[in-house]
Design a binder for this molecule. Structure first.
Ligand code: FE2
Ligand code: FE2
Length: 426
């Protein structure tokens, strides 16, 4: 069974956390063996990458207007004879060097997938493809009835505002990973999972839109809510500030300050924005589901939650790898400030969406659950727990991510996609 919070079962496989680069590479070498077997017979052009990949791309682009024959000649002439940054010795030579790969500022060709330095990233990509659905696969008919006739005004307020927050958040998440993070990665196995993540964030936006349309809510009013509701706006602004600080073309990750800022931003998005705010953000609607209400929407959110758990754990792993490779130690005060401002924003949000509690769920529960999940993400990031002693007041939440999705065929369509036919949720 896939544990959606630790899909590679790293806790089970490796009780000893990886703490040094040597350990990290040793693990990669072991995992790489299978992939390398497949690579032996492949004829490839070796590139001794001794310059930043930006230059490599520039040089390739100079020849891009030619056909393949001309491009090949250009590579020979320009790269071999003039600047010697490339050594094309024959058509059957060594692969790129794993040692030239790194998460950021790498020297290896980013257009060549294998040999893998981060095979776990490829496994994330394969696992992500086991959670495939579209919002049209889930029957929403009962939700339309529930919204019209069963939900109280307080419950409608919760439902609408959770959707209003999520719609804006998922677009922000897509822009973060697709525009700010992905381009800075210099190992293609990382970018490939992130490309899938970009698609998934778009799919999540489609899902909220489908719910909003199906229920018959006023689209422009819902989408505009983050601008006019201060409690929603505060969370979006906080995330926007982090995003804008790394959404710059002139960012230089060889500069220690810029690198620290990038790591803080990625930690925020993976550990808090996705790892806490999304993970915990579905809970008010799941609490309706537990009472048999809004089950279609909740099932949609369960699929999204699985994606978000992978996004969070992948991002956390990337952050830790960058810190290992670049020997970065973050400022504990900056980390503390990040938790404090995130907690303050979440408290304001919870007190707005749950200003009146709904049956079985209150603002107090929501805030305590945020702190409990925040501690978990901090441990995963290797940070100190920010809220020691926080209680798990909604223990059923983790079950939502790991729940086997057996269908009642009278309620919904079969939505359990299996790629390769080998997927077993147990
Ligand atoms: Fe998302
Ligand atoms: Fe996400």
């Amino acid at each position: 069974m896939i544990n959606w919070d630790d899909p590679l079962n790293t806790n089970k496989k490796n009780n000893k956390p990886i703490k040094t680069l040597t350990e990290s590479y040793a693990k990669s070498d072991v995992l790489n063996n299978d992939f390398q077997q497949q690579e032996k017979s492949v004829e490839i052009i070796e590139i001794e990458a001794k310059s930043p990949m930006a230059k490599t791309v520039d040089n390739f682009q100079k020849t891009a207007h030619n056909d393949y024959t001309n491009a090949d000649k250009a590579i020979n002439n320009e790269h071999y004879h003039s600047n010697k940054k490339y050594q094309k010795t024959s058509l059957n030579i060594e692969s790129i060097k794993v040692s030239d790969k790194s998460v950021i500022n790498g020297l290896a060709d980013v257009n060549q997938l294998a040999p893998f330095k981060y095979p776990w990233a490829w496994e994330y990509f394969l696992n992500a493809n086991k959670n495939h659905w579209t919002p049209l696969d889930i029957n929403m008919a009962q939700d339309v009835h529930d919204y019209q006739y069963s939900l109280t005004d307080t419950e409608k307020h919760v439902y609408e505002n959770v959707l209003a927050y999520l719609t804006t958040s998922d677009i922000l998440a897509m822009r973060n990973i697709g525009l700010a993070v992905m381009e800075k990665m210099t190992a293609p196995e990382l970018q490939i999972y992130q490309a899938r993540q970009v698609y998934e964030e778009a799919l999540h936006t489609w899902t909220y839109q489908h719910c909003i349309e199906t229920i018959g809510l006023d689209q422009s009013e819902i989408y505009n809510r983050y601008r006019v509701v201060p409690a929603i706006n505060a969370k979006i602004q906080l995330a926007n500030r982090r995003l804008n600080s790394i959404l710059r073309s002139d960012i230089d990750l060889t500069n220690q300050d810029e690198l620290n800022n990038f790591i803080m931003a990625y930690s925020f998005f993976a550990g808090i924005f996705e790892g806490c705010w999304f993970y915990n953000g579905f809970t008010p609607i799941f609490s309706l589901q537990r009472r048999g209400l809004m089950k279609g929407t909740s099932e949609q959110l369960q699929y999204i939650m699985r994606d978000e758990v992978l996004h969070a754990s992948f991002g956390i792993r990337v952050v830790k790898q960058i810190m290992l490779e670049n020997e970065v130690t973050l400022d504990p005060k900056a980390i503390r400030a990040m938790w404090d401002e995130s907690e303050a924003a979440e408290i304001g949000y919870a007190q707005y969406i749950l200003k009146d509690p709904i049956l079985g769920y209150s603002a107090k529960d929501h805030i305590e659950q945020f702190r409990f999940i925040a501690n978990r993400r901090a441990r995963q990031l290797g940070f100190k727990e920010p809220f020691p002693g926080a209680k798990n007041c909604t223990p059923w939440l983790d079950e939502q991510a790991n729940m086997r999705k057996e269908k009642n065929f009278f309620e919904t369509r079969v939505t359990e996609y299996q790629t390769g036919g080998a997927l077993d949720w147990d």
